[in-house]
Design a binder for this molecule. Structure first.
Ligand SMILES: Nc1ncnc2c1ncn2[C@@H]1O[C@H](COP(=O)(O)OP(=O)(O)O)[C@@H](O)[C@H]1O
Ligand SMILES: [Mg+2]
Length: 313
């Protein structure tokens, strides 16, 4: 549904994005994850036909977005990073206005606007002036605007930026609910957002895609060891050395906090030494408080990739 091939964009002498390629299948919901300045907005503006690439092509539903941008935009709903809404219009009026811009007919538009306001939780605000709405509601109007012509593809540029935690949860749920009916590409610099809302994540850094997979696969591919968290009641300083003496253990790191003395214990991939460790703690009389495997978070992966530029894809 979305095909991006070798996009490069120069604003000045330095490329903002470099040889970016990806494909997104119909109905997929994909996160474009990267720190500020990584090139997310640049890629999305090219993909929505608002700006030409220096090199490369982008297509939506088989239509080249630059060669044939009017036709392509019929298939695309775009929520830009900073939505410029017409703030003196009422919500319903604004959505009708947007629909007309897409060439929708009045009868079809009235019904679709009601449907979209319902989807985005705007029905009760249909007659509010857009400019008087809270940021959370304005963001919903931005989403409704992107949905009005029932596009196959939704391109959402940092849709939860500037919202409070409750609003963020609501907008994420809303976006999740759109998957299946629409193909969604969502940019974010927030890891949990990518992990929570999307089936696949593309990580972009310094204008290059450095990894691409499901959140689960990304975290398991980069993992080099198994890690177990152990907490003990004893504050004996020799505990760490005790763990190090277990043959399968490759490393012991401090994980102490206000809950007491704790350790991250690393072992070779594919080994499970929880039973040995439990036995050891009991034998030494240290008082076992907690023992559990530690999953690597997408955050760890992201940090590792963006600091070492180590590709896994
Ligand atoms: N209009 C512009 N003119 C010059 N440089 C730009 C322009 N827009 C973005 N850039 C630069 O391109 C790079 C990518 O920016 P952007 O695509 O906005 O990243 P992101 O959306 O991931 O934060 C950044 O280094 C940014 O400073
Ligand atoms: Mg951006």
């Amino acid at each position: 549904m979305i095909q991006v091939e070798g996009l490069t964009k120069y604003y000045g002498p330095v490329p903002a994005i470099m040889d970016v390629s990806f494909h997104i299948k119909k109905g997929e919901i994909v996160a474009f994850l990267g720190p500020n300045g990584a090139g997310k907005t640049t890629t999305m503006r090219i993909l929505t036909g608002f700006m030409p690439a220096t090199v490369g092509t982008a297509g939506v539903a088989g239509i080249d977005v630059y060669e044939n941008s009017i036709e392509a935009r019929r298939h695309i709903g775009y929520m830009p990073e900073t939505t410029r809404l017409y703030t003196d219009m009422r919500v319903r009026q604004y959505l009708h206005f947007c629909g007309k811009l897409h060439g929708m007919r009045r009868a079809e538009l009235a019904e679709r606007a009601d449907e979209v306001m319902e989807t985005c939780g705007l029905t009760e605000r249909r007659d509010s002036i857009v400019g008087t709405l809270s940021l959370g509601f304005r963001q919903r109007v931005g989403l409704a605007q992107a949905l009005i012509h029932n596009p196959d593809v939704l391109i959402l540029d940092e849709p939860t930026v500037g919202l409070d935690p409750n609003q963020i949860m609501e907008v994420r749920e809303l976006i999740k609910g759109l998957a299946g009916q629409h193909t969604v590409l969502l940019s974010t610099h927030i890891l949990p957002e990518a992990q929570m809302t999307c089936e696949r994540v593309m990580i972009i850094n310094h204008g290059k895609i450095i990894a691409e997979d499901t959140p689960e696969n990304l975290t398991s591919q980069i993992r080099e060891s198994e890690t177990i968290l152990v907490r003990v009641k004893s504050d004996d300083p020799s505990v760490a050395r005790g763990f190090e003496s277990i043959p399968e253990v490759s490393g012991v790191r401090n994980a102490s906090d206000h809950h007491g003395q704790g350790f991250f214990i690393d072992t070779k991939l594919g080994t499970d030494v929880r039973a040995e460790i439990a036995e050891f703690v009991v034998k030494e009389g240290w008082g076992l408080l907690e023992l559990r495997p530690v999953e690597m978070s997408l955050e760890d992966v992201f940090l590792q990739l963006t600091t070492e530029e180590k590709g896994v894809a």
